[in-house]
Structures are given as structure tokens and as C-alpha cells.
Write a protein of this length. Structure first.
Length: 186
């Protein structure tokens, strides 16, 4: 029964914790566009950096004045202006943006041990692909015998943390961009 309640809770949350903060890195969250405009969520989880994988979902400081949002004005943000259209141009653009995302995540999560959230509109495809690559490329997930096995395990892990990711595990819209960027198939 507890498993079912946790699954329901994970489905309805705007963001889910992927990695807990420890001595080596900050906390990594995966969420939707509502999570990054929720001042309480951002402050309670001490989130100091956001990767917004949408062309137009607002950051909280774009909606609130500095006085209304307190420490929210100290957020460091990165926008990845990609649509979840399944068009070749968006797949290609996402692939081109991964190095910038990895540099940002490495700096904030690993070097500075800050808490970070990666979001897109629904918190399923674009943000999920960025988180999957970060777990793989930054060695935040145990390696298996082959890169393909490792990535499949990462996808399963993300789905365990955020069941709605990758359209409930039915489809990875940016699989081709992940495979091209990492030079693997899975």
C-alpha cells in the first residue's frame, strides 16, 4: 500500500528529487514549469540554479518583483529554447545544447554543490533527457558493462523517481539526440 501511495505522490508532484545532496554534489531535481515558479518549493529545497528546457516558460523572477520573491532573485538560470515537437530541428538543437547544459550542471551541482532543478513544460521529455545525460556523463550513476546498459538503467531510475518521465516510459522523444551526443545506442 505504501508503494502505491508513494507512486501516486510522485505522479502528482511538480518536481521529483533525482539525487540527494551529499558531500560530493548538490541535489538534482526534475520537474515541470510550475515547479520553477513556486517560491516555496524553490526556497524549501534551497534551489539556486534552474535549467529551463522551454522557449517560453517563465522563470519566477519574471513573474514576481524582487521584493516579492526574496532570495529568488539570486537564482542562476539557463534557458534551453527547444520545443518538444519531434521535428528534426528540435532534436538537433537539443543535441547542440547538451554541452552547455553539462557545463552548467557540472559547475553548479558538482563544483559548487548547489541544488539544481531541470524543467520543461511537463517535466517529462526535454528535462528528462538532460538529466539522463548528466547522470551518465558526470558519473553520477553506477556504470554497467556497456554504455547501453548504463543508459537503460538510468532511464529506469528516472522513471522510478518521476513515473511520468518519458511519457510514462512509453517513448523517449530525444533518444536520437542522446544517442548522437553520447555516441551510444540504447
Amino acid at each position: 500500500m505504501e508503494f502505491i501511495l508513494n507512486a501516486i505522490r510522485n505522479i502528482t508532484e511538480n518536481a521529483n528529487l533525482i539525487l540527494n545532496k551529499n558531500n560530493y554534489h548538490g541535489a538534482l531535481w526534475l520537474g515541470n514549469a510550475r515547479a520553477i515558479i513556486d517560491a516555496d518549493f524553490l526556497q524549501q529545497n534551497n534551489i539556486t540554479a534552474i535549467i529551463n528546457c522551454t522557449p517560453n516558460a517563465p522563470f519566477i523572477y519574471e513573474l514576481n518583483s524582487v521584493s516579492d520573491s526574496g532570495s529568488i532573485h539570486c537564482l542562476e538560470t539557463l534557458r534551453i529554447p527547444v520545443y518538444d515537437s519531434l521535428k528534426d530541428r528540435d532534436i538537433y538543437l537539443m543535441e547542440q545544447m547538451y554541452p552547455m547544459c553539462m557545463d552548467f550542471i557540472f559547475k553548479k551541482l558538482i563544483k559548487e554543490k548547489q541544488n539544481i532543478i531541470v524543467n520543461c513544460t511537463a517535466g517529462r521529455q526535454r528535462s528528462g533527457s538532460v538529466v539522463a545525460i548528466a547522470l551518465y556523463q558526470l558519473n553520477l550513476f553506477p556504470k554497467k558493462r556497456t554504455p547501453s546498459e548504463t543508459m537503460r538503467d538510468i532511464i529506469r531510475y528516472i522513471l522510478k523517481c518521476r513515473p511520468q518521465a518519458f511519457s510514462w516510459g512509453m517513448r523517449i522523444n530525444f533518444k536520437r539526440s542522446i544517442e548522437n551526443y553520447l555516441g551510444i545506442t540504447f
